[in-house]
Design a protein around this ligand. Structure first.
Ligand code: HEM
Length: 508
């Protein structure tokens, strides 16, 4: 017992790393650790026994378990509305109850409107201005300005660009009839070209086999998780002090910044319009050019930061979704046939294209995507910072100001209370859509509340365009290189397969 307390004291000491660490919560969790799985009579609160420095994340830091799955494991070990864990000496409150999640992310959002990530404009003006990371009041100001950027109408005007990219993928695949391909790489190329044309206004020609596209090389480089990248990501997520101390940049985005600025200057000189994100951001910047309140002017730096954010937040998430949907359909041919039949029926008589409107009516494709996102939510947990002391009314627990909150999406998505036979790939469970599940906060692949994903519609439409064009011409099958069950990359904070996704493709 004494040893436990000693360890906890040492574990809590590295608050030098976390000036905003909430010591009261730490003390509260300490009192519970004599019997880590015990409960207090008055409140339903249990916590995990932490280890020196790594807290409850040894499996994650040692590369044994993907972070989302690890949080899911913890979720499954406990019941009750929440539990506590330590990460790098800092206490976190993990919420299990959908009702409390709803209150935190929606009803009482004003008290939880920031994420817990490091945000330092001086260390990194790109991530420091990014919508994903920026804190309030700046976030609210920028999100309001961007609210109209991904409406159905705006996405529709980018639809021809998306279709043109999907056709390039179709043509490229012709050469690989009856061969095994890494579909993660193919969907990566498709999404690279799509974001390059829709967000940066350039053709990146990733399917050109003569010479690898420079844009694609930089995309891959930026997203490769080596030791330093892991350290940087980890610091941004869990040890903000390192970011401020070492002036760490979240990502090396200098190439993308240069490309965006070149396109911007060309557009401004020529006045040419392409209905893409560059045009939309120019419009937002010009519309608010007079405003200079709160230091959140939407200037060129802020504009470039959003373009890079949309690119980083949208590219890998969507290409992952495309590849994983194909993977699941290769294992479940019944669903592949059902979706393909629906696609054939939706194409126009001349067989050349599917309209933007019809794309939205593909019910079985929607169900397959919803189920794929349930099984593999790219960002497997949400996080929120508690702005001021807050009482959970259901239980009376006081969450102290500054406490970081985690919402374990994997845990909820695989909870048999909410999903019958959760391990089974069953798109049929979404026959009536996802709304019921989303409203009750048990389905959150795009997050929850006002700080949810701003690009969810863009991501889903881009994925659908790619899949429709793929399935119209090709079948996918499992082969001897296909992982079954799928192995997730434990080194990545995101739910992405390790070593690609190899499938056999065949022309129809
Ligand atoms: C399948 C595709 C995608 C998935 C699964 C996904 C998932 C998510 C999740 C889980 C969040 C956190 C939400 C929260 O904390 O409540 C998020 C935020 C965000 N996503 Fe996505 N996303 C996808 C596509 C996109 C695309 C295509 C874009 C840009 C065009 C985008 C831009 C963003 C941004 C900017 C945020 C931060 C929003 C804010 O803080 O205001 N995402 N996304």
């Amino acid at each position: 017992m004494y040893f436990n307390s000693l360890i906890i004291t040492i574990v809590c000491t590295p608050n030098i790393f976390n000036s905003d660490c909430n010591l009261d919560v730490a003390a509260y969790i300490d009192t519970k650790l004599d019997d880590p799985l015990s409960r207090r009579d008055d409140i339903d609160y249990v916590c995990e026994k932490p280890y020196f420095l790594v807290g409850n994340f040894w499996n994650v830091f040692s590369g044994k378990r993907q972070i989302g799955k690890h949080l899911g494991d913890l979720y499954r070990r406990f019941d009750g509305p929440y539990f506590g864990i330590y990460i790098w000496g800092k206490p976190y409150l993990v919420i299990r109850s959908p009702d409390i999640i709803k209150n935190i992310t929606i009803r009482d959002f004003n008290n939880f409107d920031d994420r817990t990530f490091a945000c330092d404009k001086k260390a990194d003006d790109m991530s420091g201005n990014s919508l994903f990371i920026i804190r309030n009041p700046d976030w609210r100001n920028i999100r309001n300005k961007l609210s109209g950027i991904f409406t159905s109408g705006k996405i529709k005007s980018m639809y021809p660009l998306m279709v043109s990219n999907a056709r390039q993928m179709q043509r490229y695949l012709l050469k690989y009839d009856k061969e095994i391909l890494d579909m993660k790489e193919v969907s990566g190329k498709y999404m690279t070209d799509l974001v390059a044309s829709c967000f940066f206004g350039i053709d990146s020609n990733s399917f050109d086999e003569q010479e690898e596209s420079v844009f694609r090389i930089f995309c891959r480089k930026m997203l490769t998780i080596d030791f330093f990248q892991s350290f940087r990501l980890f610091s941004y997520f869990f040890v903000p002090k390192f970011v401020y101390l070492f002036k760490l940049k979240l990502l090396d985005t200098s190439y993308f910044r240069q490309i965006f600025l070149e396109t911007l200057s060309e557009r401004e000189k020529s006045g040419v319009k392409r209905n893409d994100l560059v045009d939309l951001l120019i419009h937002v910047r010009d519309m608010f050019s007079d405003e200079n309140k709160n230091g959140t002017q939407f200037d060129t730096t802020c504009m470039v930061a959003q373009a890079i954010t949309f690119f980083t937040a949208g590219f890998e998430t969507t290409s992952n979704l495309v590849a994983l949907a194909l993977y699941e359909m290769s294992l479940h041919q019944y669903w592949q046939d059902k979706v393909r039949k629906e696609i054939f029926e939706a194409f126009s008589d001349d067989d050349s294209h599917i309209s933007f409107e019809k794309l939205q009516q593909l019910k079985y494709l929607d169900m397959v995507l919803a189920e794929t996102l349930r099984r593999y939510p790219f960002g497997p947990f949400l996080n929120r910072n508690c702005k001021a002391d807050y009482i959970i009314e259901e239980t009376g627990l006081k969450i102290e100001k500054g406490t970081p909150i985690l919402i374990p999406i994997d845990g909820l998505h695989f909870d048999p209370h909410y999903y019958t036979d959760p391990e089974k790939f069953d798109p049929g469970r979404f026959e009536d859509g996802v709304k019921g599940y989303t409203n009750s906060c048990v389905y959150m692949p795009f997050g929850s509340g006002p700080r949810n994903c701003i690009g969810d519609r863009f991501g889903q439409i881009s994925a659908k365009v790619g899949l429709v064009h793929f399935l119209k011409k090709y079948k996918v099958e499992k082969c001897h290189l296909t992982q079954d069950p799928l192995v997730l990359d434990a080194k990545s904070p995101f739910m992405t397969p390790v070593n690609g996704l190899h499938l056999r493709i065949e022309t129809i």
